[in-house]
Design a protein around this ligand. Structure first.
Ligand SMILES: Nc1ncnc2c1ncn2[C@@H]1O[C@H](COP(=O)(O)OP(=O)(O)OP(=O)(O)O)[C@@H](O)[C@H]1O
Length: 242
């Protein structure tokens, strides 16, 4: 008789935030920006974060991306508590697990698109063999639909194309989590749509995606739309199904 297969334990969330708090000590009074943020993100999921200017979206993203630490609450990365992780370990996790995309593209003008993407491999993982490096770079450019522009330099590319080079640069190290802070902020709607599609396609390969945006149409392309209000995250009104 065959033995019943025991149930497999569910994979832990890529990211689990429980009651995260953060107070910034500026020149004037300390200001509590995050006052109990809960969030979970699993492999293949996408989350949009909306919120008025100054509500703390970038602050939250910088905590998630390990550029800063919370004052209170718990941050689990793939089930491991990293709420108080030291900077050296944080830097290693940042480059091994995360890909970052910002409003500004931060491309080097004198390098081709392919060379810009390859820079992420050189900095993050030492030198890969040349042929492997080339394959990884071309795959990343292909994922965002611009393999044909590999030899072009940024000044000859449109804003949307430059942002897709930046996304390829984030994807080339095969991150588990992609963090995008206003990636379409400098682009028109149509170009922005291509960029959002390029980001979202990474979730089909199991990447988790967190998108901070002011654009409701782009937010609605994500699996979950949350709003940061008064230091807490809640399902955005526009996504509540009555
Ligand atoms: N290093 C800092 N020290 C003190 N205050 C800060 C610091 N960084 C940001 N702030 C303040 O914290 C608040 C939240 O800023 P944050 O950039 O996270 O908001 P945001 O929602 O991303 O805004 P925007 O949509 O305009 O980018 C703002 O009032 C900002 O002025």
């Amino acid at each position: 008789m065959t033995q019943p297969i025991p149930p497999q334990p569910a994979a832990p969330a890529l990211i689990q935030l429980n009651g995260i708090t953060k107070t910034l000590k500026g020149q004037q009074q300390p200001r509590t920006i995050l006052s109990g943020v809960d969030l979970s993100l699993h492999s293949g999921e996408s989350v949009a974060i909306l919120g008025r200017s100054g509500s703390g979206k970038s602050t939250l993203l910088s905590l998630i991306g390990l550029f800063d630490r919370p004052d209170g609450g718990q941050y689990l990365l793939e089930g491991t508590d990293i709420s108080r992780i030291a900077e050296r370990k944080a830097a290693a996790l940042r480059s091994a697990r995360f890909g970052f995309v910002f409003q500004r593209f931060f491309l080097l003008k004198s390098l081709t698109a392919a060379q810009n993407v390859a820079m992420a491999l050189v900095n993050g993982q030492g030198w890969l063999a040349r042929r492997k490096r080339r394959t990884r770079v071309m795959e990343a450019l292909d994922q965002v639909g611009i393999a044909h522009l590999a030899k072009s330099k940024p000044p000859r590319l449109s804003g949307g194309e430059q942002q897709r080079v930046a996304i390829a640069r984030a994807l080339v190290r095969d991150p588990k989590i992609l963090l995008a802070d206003e990636p379409t902020g400098a682009l028109d709607t149509e170009t922005g749509n291509l960029v959002i599609e390029a980001l979202h396609s990474a979730t089909q390969r199991g990447c988790g995606l967190i998108l901070v945006t002011h654009d409701h149409a782009h937010a609605n392309k994500m699996g979950t739309v949350l709003r940061l209000t008064d230091g807490k995250l809640a399902v955005a009104q526009e996504q509540v199904v009555v």
